[in-house]
Design a protein around this ligand. Sequence first.
Ligand code: FMN
Length: 384
Amino acid sequence: MSVLFSPQTIRGVILPNRIAVSPLCMYSAVDGLAQPFHFAHFAHLSTFARGKAGLVFTEATAISPEGRITPQCLGLWSEEQAAALKPIVEFITSMGAVAGIQLAHAGRKASTESPFNGAKPISPEHPDGWQCVGPSPIAVGSGFSVPTELSVDAIKGIVSDFVDAALRSVNCGFKVIELHGAHGYLMNSFLSPLSNQRTDEYGGELFARMRFPLEVARAVRKAVGEDIALFFRISAVDSAEGGWTMDDSVILAKELGEAGIDVVDCSAGGISGGPSFRVSDEGKPLNKSSARAPGFQVPYAERIKKETKLKSMAVGVIIDPQQAEDIIEQGRADIVALGREIMYNPFWPLHAAQALGADPEFGLWPPQYKWAVDRREQIRKLNG
Ligand SMILES: Cc1cc2nc3c(=O)[nH]c(=O)nc-3n(C[C@H](O)[C@H](O)[C@H](O)COP(=O)(O)O)c2cc1C
C-alpha cells in the first residue's frame, strides 16, 4: 500500500494524497487578474488537477499591487481578482483535488521583470515599475532599488492586507492558504539579520525579527477560522554568512505552530538573490546552497517534522515516484511538493500511482480515459 497515495487530514481539509503542486509563478496576469492561461492553457492549474495532484497551489498571489514581484503577477486585493480565481478553484475541487493559494508580498524584491524577460529590477521611475519596501533600506544586491523602510503603521497595514486577501481566498473556495515567508520576499526579509537591521520592536534579536511574520500568521488564522489549513513557506537557511540558520527555523516553526500554522513548507535561500533551486543558464549553481541532488532540501522538512509538533512539506528536486514514496514512508515529511517535474509532466501523480502499484485498475483516471488506458495496458502487455 503506497503511503504517497494515502490521504492526509489537516483540520477540516482532507488531501486525497500527499502530492502537492508547488507554487509556480507564471507572470501572466493582467492587473493581478487570472487569465485563461491560469485556467486551461498548456500544463497549468486545471491540468495539474486533472493529473491528480492532491493539492494544487496557485502561484505567489500578491496581497497588494506593491507586493507583486512583476507587473504580471497574480493578485488578490480586489473582488474582481477573486471572481477570476473562483472558477479555477471550482474546477480543481471538481477533480477531487484541494485548491491552495500562496499569499505573498515581494517586499524589496518587488518590481522586477519576469525571468523570461530578463528578471532585471524595474526602477520606480519606469512606467511599469514602483518603489519597493522592506524592513530596512538595504538593497537585495547590485542593480536592485534600495527599499523604503516600512513604518510601524505600514507594517500593520500589510498585516491587514494579508487578512483581507485570506478572507477573499476563503470566499473563492480555497481550503489551504500558504503564507510566503521564503525566497527573500517581505516576511523572509524581516526574519533574516542580513536584511533586517531595524532598531525598533520589529528588528534586532530573533524574536523581534519574527514579530511581523508571526503577526501575519496569527491574524490570518483568527480571520479564517479553524477549518482552513494554513501553510507557511520558509527559507530554512539563508546560506549566507551571518544569515538565518536551520536552528532559527526550528524556533520559528514552534512559534508558527502557536500562531495557528499547520504545515511548514521547507524551501531555502533567496535573501541575496535567487533561491537555492536556481541554476544559471550555463547550469552552474547560483549560490552556496544550490545543491542539485535529488531531495536536497528534504533534511530541512525532516528536522521541522521531528523537532516540532507541526507537519512539514518537502520540496526541491523530487522527481522519482519511489523517492517521493520513501520521503513520506520514512517520516521525513508529510507532503511532497513538485515544481519543475510536474510542469514537465502534469500527469506525474497518475504515472506515479502506476509505478507504485497504487492504482492498478486506473481508478484515478476519469471514466472517459479509464476504459481506453485499460485497453492500452492490455495492448502493451500483448506486445511484451
Ligand atoms: C517557474 C517557477 C515559478 C516559481 N514560482 C514560485 C512561487 O510563486 N512561489 C514560491 O514559493 N516558489 C516558487 N517557485 C519555487 C517552486 O515552488 C519550488 O520550490 C522549486 O521549483 C523547487 O522545486 P522543484 O525542484 O520541484 O522545481 C517557482 C519555481 C519555478 C520553476
